[in-house]
Design a protein around this ligand. Structure first.
Ligand code: ADP
Length: 167
């Protein structure tokens, strides 16, 4: 979602490694600290269908081995799905999350601070890159992903106390 005020919504998934490690509060706080507002949330244990719907182009992009490893990882425990809202929320969330491969993610980003796995290590061991979070890549992707994860009435509109400072 985006409108002429620049306010967008983005989908964040706290992946099974983040939930299993007890990092939910600390990771959600990163987004809230930046004044992104939670407008929807649910915990889900993904199945094969939801994995395919969410990562619909992953197999095409990376091949069947990476897809299989990701599917196993994403279904290894519950994930927390959160929709955040804010001005240019999509790009803002990507900035907070950091580069895909934690060894390349900058300190101060979620992936850079809480993991260090490289793509080479994951490929060598046939495992997924456990990088804690998914964040929508662009505004169109965000709209699609939010519709995969949430019904319209599960997204709550309200005014936050910090609205005068940017949502
Ligand atoms: P991002 O999540 O940063 O948008 P991508 O869409 O390129 O990155 O990849 C989706 C997810 O697939 C990554 O977050 C990561 O968990 C996993 N992944 C990407 N590349 C590999 C790889 N070579 N081996 C295993 N898992 C990978």
């Amino acid at each position: 979602m985006s409108n002429d005020t620049g306010v967008e919504r983005t989908l964040i998934l706290l992946k099974p490694d983040a939930v299993a490690r007890g990092l939910v509060g600390r990771i959600v706080a990163r987004f809230e600290d930046c004044l992104l507002k939670v407008v929807a949330s649910k915990m889900v244990w993904m199945d094969a269908t939801l994995t395919r719907r969410h990562y619909f182009d992953l197999e095409e992009r990376f091949g069947p081995k990476v897809y299989a490893a990701m599917a196993e990882f994403m279904q290894s425990g519950p994930v927390l799905a959160v929709v955040f809202e804010g001005v240019e929320a999509v790009a803002c969330a990507r900035k907070l999350v950091g580069a895909t491969y934690p060894d390349q993610a900058q300190p101060g980003t979620i992936r850079g601070d809480f993991a260090h796995m490289s793509q080479a290590y994951a490929n060598e061991h046939g495992i997924a890159v456990a990088n804690l979070v998914h964040a929508s890549g662009n505004v169109d992707e965000a709209a699609h992903e939010i519709s995969v994860w949430f019904a319209k009435d599960e997204i709550i509109e309200y005014r936050s106390a910090t609205a005068p400072f940017g949502q």
